[in-house]
Design a protein around this ligand. Structure first.
Ligand code: L34
Length: 294
C-alpha cells in the first residue's frame, strides 16, 4: 500500500513561504517579483497551465503579465516580443509556453530569451550551468520533482533511479539532477527511452521511477518493484463520456494497479503539475533577488 506524495498540498505550503518573502520584500521597499508569460494560440492544456501560473502569481503577491497572441503570429513578431521582455526592466523573468505552432521554431525562441530572465531554465546557458552544478534556473518540472523528494525526505543517495523519457524539459534534466553530487542526488540513474530494449528489466530494479513518456497508463504494476517510489510526470487527456468535460486526466502510470506495490506515489492531477507552477515562482523570486546571476 502506497502513501501519496501530495503535490497540491506541498505547492500550497511553498506558496505560503513565497508569499511571506514577498511581504518582507514589500515592507523593505524592494521591487515585487514580476513574471510575464507569453501564450500563443489556444491549446486547451496550455491555457489551463498558464492560467494556473497567473493565478499562483496573484496568490503569492507577484506582479504578472499575460501576453496572448493568435496562432497566426510570425516567428519574427514573437522574437520582437521576446526582445521587448528582455529589455523591460520591470520584468524579472518570463516564459514562452510550449508547444508553439509548427511554423515557429522553438529552438530559435528559446535561444532569444536572455538567460538572466529565463525562469523556465530552457536556454542552453542555464541547462549547461545546471549540468555543471553552477548557479542556474532549474527547469520547473525537474525542480518541482527535486522539491518533492526533498520535502518528503525520500532518500536518493545510492538508490537506483530509472527515468523513462529523454525530453529536454523533463527526462534529460531530471536524470542529470538525480545523479549530481548533491542532496537530493547521488543516485545511480538509468535513462530509458523509446529505443530501450527490455524496459521492464530496468524498471524492476528501480528504487525510484520517474515516468515522463507522455502515454497514459504506460507504467504497469508488473514493471514495478515492491516498495518503489513512483513519480508520475504525465498529464494525459483520456476520452471519458461520463465526465462533463468529455475527458479525464491520466498519468503515465497505471495508478490503480501500481499503487498496491509502490511505497509512495504522486497522483495525477495534484502531483507534479502544481509543483511545476511553484518552481516557476521560486525561479522568479530568485530572478528578482538577483540570486542566480548577480
Ligand atoms: N515554457 N512550457 C514552458 N514551461 C513550462 O514549465 C511548461 N510546462 C509543461 C508544458 N509546457 C511548458 C508546464 O507549465 C507542463 N506544464 C504544466 C503546468 C501546470 C500543470 C501541469 C503542467 C498543472 O497545473 N497541472 C495540474 C492541473 C492539470 C489540469 O487540470 O489539466 C495538476 O494537478 O496536475
Amino acid at each position: 500500500m502506497s502513501s501519496i506524495i501530495d503535490g497540491k498540498q506541498l505547492a500550497e505550503t511553498i506558496k505560503e513561504e513565497i508569499a511571506a518573502e514577498v511581504k518582507i520584500l514589500k515592507e523593505q521597499g524592494h521591487k515585487i517579483p514580476h513574471l510575464a508569460a507569453v501564450l500563443v494560440g489556444a491549446n486547451p492544456a496550455s491555457q489551463v497551465y498558464v492560467r494556473n501560473k497567473v493565478r499562483s502569481c496573484e496568490q503569492v503577491g507577484f506582479e504578472s503579465t499575460l501576453i496572448r497572441k493568435d496562432d497566426s503570429i510570425t516567428e519574427e513578431e514573437l522574437l520582437e516580443i521576446i526582445h521587448e521582455l528582455n529589455t523591460d526592466e520591470d520584468v524579472d523573468g518570463f516564459i514562452v509556453q510550449l508547444p508553439l505552432p509548427n511554423h515557429i521554431n522553438e529552438e530559435n525562441i528559446t535561444l532569444a530569451i536572455d538567460p538572466k530572465k529565463d525562469v523556465d531554465g530552457f536556454h542552453p546557458m542555464n541547462f549547461g550551468r545546471m549540468a555543471q552544478g553552477l548557479p542556474s534556473y532549474l527547469p520547473a518540472t525537474p525542480f518541482g520533482i527535486m522539491q518533492m523528494l526533498d520535502r518528503y525526505n525520500i532518500e536518493t543517495e545510492g538508490k537506483t533511479c530509472v527515468v523513462i523519457g529523454r525530453s529536454n524539459i523533463v527526462g534529460t534534466p531530471i536524470s542529470i539532477l538525480l545523479s549530481r553530487k548533491a542532496k537530493p542526488g547521488n543516485a545511480t540513474v538509468i535513462l530509458c527511452h523509446s529505443r530501450t530494449k527490455n524496459l521492464q528489466e530496468y524498471t524492476l530494479k528501480a528504487d525510484i521511477i520517474v515516468a515522463a513518456i507522455g502515454r497514459a497508463n504506460f507504467v504497469t504494476a508488473d514493471m514495478v518493484k515492491e516498495g518503489a517510489v513512483i513519480i508520475d510526470v504525465g498529464i494525459n487527456r483520456v476520452d471519458d463520456a461520463t465526465r462533463k468535460r468529455g475527458y479525464r486526466l491520466a498519468g503515465d502510470v497505471d495508478y490503480a494497479g501500481v499503487e498496491a506495490k509502490s511505497s509512495m506515489i504522486t497522483p495525477v492531477p495534484g502531483g507534479v503539475g502544481p509543483m511545476t507552477v511553484t518552481s516557476l515562482l521560486m525561479n522568479t523570486l530568485k530572478a528578482c533577488k538577483g540570486e542566480v546571476y548577480s
